[in-house]
Write a protein that binds this ligand. Structure first.
Ligand SMILES: [Zn+2]
Length: 231
């Protein structure tokens, strides 16, 4: 978790251990040792979706983006109103110990499509990247992958149209494009090709092809197998 000047705070109680506050419950969050008064930032560009206080007096701020939703608990005060669009660099709250029974800390709960998960998964660096692709690991969603690669979900879907029909349907081992493919710089003409079909096959316009290949302008129909067309 980041605070003032990108200082990283240690985890003081992890996800998945027995709750220290409630008997027979699991700690479905991560506690970070933020001293009182630490300025807190959102994990990603998002929308402030809720601000509140539970019956134990614990204040929280909630923010969301796509299918990800995160809450910071035990805060002293909020710095942004509900409905505000905030950047990763926007101060949204000040940490404290409201409702906490021990040291000041920030209890961070994360949900993906409503299902709670260990927020530290978002901090896993995208090191499985091979070339332009990211290889999906267990627990990934397209939204989380988009966040980690600092792009919107719609941009990720533009790069990966195969997921458009059902963005929640990804599998471990899938290869997800996370940056634009370099288009091949040349296309080699095959029998039966024409410039219009070559253009559409390479996501280009005929005009663009002609601009890149001025020699073809005088007679765009005169191409031959084996000829190299600059894309
Ligand atoms: Zn906690």
């Amino acid at each position: 978790m980041r605070g003032i000047a990108n200082k990283v705070f240690p985890v003081t109680y992890p996800y998945g251990k027995p709750s220290l506050k409630f008997a027979n419950k699991i700690h479905n969050a991560v506690d970070y040792g933020t001293p009182s008064g630490t300025i807190l930032f959102p994990k990603f560009d998002s929308n402030i979706t809720k601000i509140g206080r539970d019956r134990f007096g614990s204040r929280y701020i909630q923010f969301a983006s796509n299918d990800l939703l995160i809450e910071y608990w035990h805060i002293a005060k909020t710095l942004q109103p509900v409905g505000k669009l905030v950047r990763e660099s926007t101060a949204i709250a000040v940490s404290g110990s409201s409702g906490a029974q021990n040291q000041p800390h920030t209890h961070v709960t994360a949900f993906r499509n409503g299902a709670v998960f260990d927020v530290r998964l978002l901090d896993v660096p995208p090191k499985q990247t091979a070339g332009n692709a990211y290889i999906v690991v267990s627990g990934d969603t397209l939204s989380a992958i988009a966040v980690r690669h600092k792009m919107s979900l719609s941009r990720l879907l533009d790069l990966n149209p195969k997921y458009r029909a059902n963005p929640s349907l990804i599998h471990v081992g899938d290869s997800v494009m996370v940056s634009a493919l370099l288009t091949p710089s040349f296309y080699v003409v095959k029998a039966g090709d024409n410039l219009t079909s070559i253009a559409s096959r390479n996501n280009q316009t005929l005009n663009r092809i002609l601009t890149n290949n001025p020699a073809l302008k005088s007679n765009p129909n005169l191409i031959y197998p084996g000829q190299r067309i600059k894309l």
